[in-house]
Ligand binder design. Sequence first.
Ligand code: NDP
Length: 448
Amino acid sequence: MPTIRARIDQIIEDVIRRNRGETEFHQAVREVAESLEPVLRKHPEYAEHKIIERICEPERQIIFRVPWEDDRGEVQINRGFRVGFNSALGPYKGGLRFHPSVYLGIIKFLGFEQVFKNAITGMPIGGAKGGADFDPKGKSDGEVMRFCQSFMTELYRHLGEITDVPAGDIGVGTREIGYLFGQYKRITNRYESGVLTGKGPHWGGALVRREATGYGLVYFADEMLKARGEAIDGKTCVVSGSGNVAIYAIQKLQMLGAKVIACSDSDSAVLDPAGINVDTLIKLKEVERKRLRHYAEVHPTARCLEPRALWTISCEMALPCATQNELHAEDARNLIANGCTLVAEGANMPTTPAAIRLLSEAQVAFGPGKAANAGGVATSALEMQQNASRDAWTFEYTERRLHEIMRRIHHDCHEAASEFGTPGNYVLGANIVGFRRVAEAMLAFGLI
Ligand code: NDP
């Protein structure tokens, strides 16, 4: 009989062999699998029924052609993806990403993470992810609409409010969800609100969904600080990105008394010692769809830096909210040297394994995205609840629910880490909570 450690190493090796070149997927699997040794020791039935091996293989993967016409009348072709990773806890649920870097390995890493994240929320949702290698940046509204219509013309047959419910992610906001929902409604002859989340509030969207990931992240960070006897009030923070997650994380940090002095996009970072002005960010990024560097034209206290210089800025809290593998070992060293004591992930897998190791060794509190950014999908599940009951909740009530969910997620991850002898290790805690919930359901269903 191989040891549990040897068995986990074999699982990782098999995933690498069977999914060649998908490096982000390998990274995500390794991070989860390596933390599950104590769980397999306690639950030999998980190993006996090959639960990890089954969880690492998506239930279904769909790849399709997306042809569309640009404003010059030229035909363009993109590639669409939807990976239904695991439906043990509910219908597939997870966002769509439109970005030129999208390929199957990115969608699989995101889908894999989503399975555990959704389980951690405690809501009845399975895990999935999708998207396309389409770049909405610089495209007209008409081009984005024609792309979304073509994308949905293939994808619609795989969706449904009790089958698979996509939402937004990088490059997919309310505008794109609107075009996608419009096309779904037109093709199916059904006003099936629950088939997509992240909708506009006037056509079935939940209030707070726009703010949910960023607000939830800050609530989670707040709980992490409380567990150490500290508070957000007065803390100096940097936040990477300036998209949906980053903007509303900055807003909530400021509401709780923190000072956010820097954020970024893929072209530049902006350092404003007077504090980042969220109204300007919203106007630039959501209304005018402009680059972040224009921020410095409006605020003379601000200056532009290289995007990666963000991590060299002295701060007490750092929230990576842009994309995967954006915070490297050298960035972690800089953060530690400059007095940072908390890193919480708004993005999915933004911190490299080497950086996580360094932060942990330096006793920096580290909140992994699976738990810390789960407020977005949790509020999507609240949107599904409202759609199913044809109800619409107030902003205050929905935010209260989000806050309770984030507190509970923190509590569960904190408890699990302590139960397995590593108090304060949220990476381990989150992986264990998510894995156990999915594993129990899979065991109950037999071999399917
Ligand atoms: P947005 O598209 O709204 O914003 C993304 C931000 O990240 C932009 O500022 C963008 O800059 C920057 N960015 C994207 N790709 C890169 C890159 N390769 N290099 C540097 N910067 C980059 O996306 P979201 O805010 O929705 O998502 C951000 C992260 O949060 C992603 O990892 C996503 O998976 C995760 N997430 C999102 C949730 C949601 O509810 N939206 C829920 C949970 C996780 P630029 O404009 O220059 O590209």
